[in-house]
Design a protein. Structure first.
Length: 264
């Protein structure tokens, strides 16, 4: 009755089903890991935002990589903004999803090292994507800043391609090593999203605090993939039974037709 399973069509169908089951199980675990990563990241962000600010140089140094545990950690530093070394980061959106720039200003510390400070978002100059935007000046003189410590941006993490040949003083990603080479100074690894001093008059729009409450739909997607994996053998079994039933019915019909007396 089940010899049809050895046919080319059913062998291919069975092999596809066997391949789908582990693939769907793996996709479910991938979504589970994304869920666990999101939960852990939310915890890190929440703890970092709730902690008291610490000196920036206690968590990073020239050429260093910002630890995952220090992501969004509030840090402080005292020094002077170097507006001459300021650049803008292209294709960044604000809370209203308007496209513009982030303003990246070197902040020279008392020991001569540089901390990169993302002062916030500014709009582009009309439809121009090449002209340097109008950027309000940073505070003059010695200033104490507070902000959220962030790691260097990469294409892998951000999905933004680091395009070359950009207009003068414009970059795609915030890279402390790249800025150290450009400035010819020691630049602390990572950068800071400014939170204080807050906006006063015509200043860049500060970057909003990250959402650390939502966990997304990754767990639901994981369960869905596992249900799909469980459904594959069930579906295969149903198709086999249906095919066997149809073939048996056809065989009975053929037998009945063969047993009928020939017409005179």
């Amino acid at each position: 009755m089940y010899r049809f399973l050895l046919s080319r069509q059913w062998v291919i169908l069975t092999l596809v089903a066997l391949a789908l089951i582990p693939t769907m199980i793996e996709l479910g675990f991938w979504q589970l890991h994304r869920h666990e990563h999101r939960v852990a990241l939310n915890e890190v962000i929440g703890d970092s935002l709730a902690a008291e600010p610490v000196p920036a140089e206690s968590l990073t140094s020239p050429g260093a990589k910002v630890d995952d545990a220090d992501l969004y950690r509030r840090v402080t530093a005292t020094g002077r903004f170097d507006r001459a070394g300021e650049v803008v980061v292209r294709r960044r959106t604000n809370a209203d999803d308007r496209v513009g720039y982030h303003v990246l200003t070197p902040f020279v510390l008392d020991d001569g090292k540089v901390l990169l400070v993302n002062r916030g978002w500014v709009p582009s100059n009309g439809a121009s994507q090449t002209a340097f935007p109008e950027v309000p000046a940073p505070p003059a003189g010695e200033t104490t800043v507070t902000g959220r410590l962030m790691p260097d941006q990469t294409t892998e993490d951000s999905g933004i391609k680091n395009v070359e040949g950009l207009p003068d003083r414009q970059v795609m990603l915030i890279d402390s090593e790249q800025q150290a080479e450009r400035l010819g100074k020691q630049v602390l690894g990572g950068y800071v999203e400014l939170t204080d001093p807050g906006p006063v008059g015509d200043t860049p729009e500060l970057i909003a605090e990250p959402d650390h409450d939502g966990i997304g739909n990754h767990m639901a997607y994981a369960v869905q993939w596992w249900l799909f994996a469980a459904g594959v053998p069930v579906g295969w079994f149903v198709l086999v039974r249906r095919e066997a039933r149809d073939r048996a019915s056809q065989d009975e019909q053929d037998t009945a037709e063969a047993a009928e007396p020939a017409a005179v």
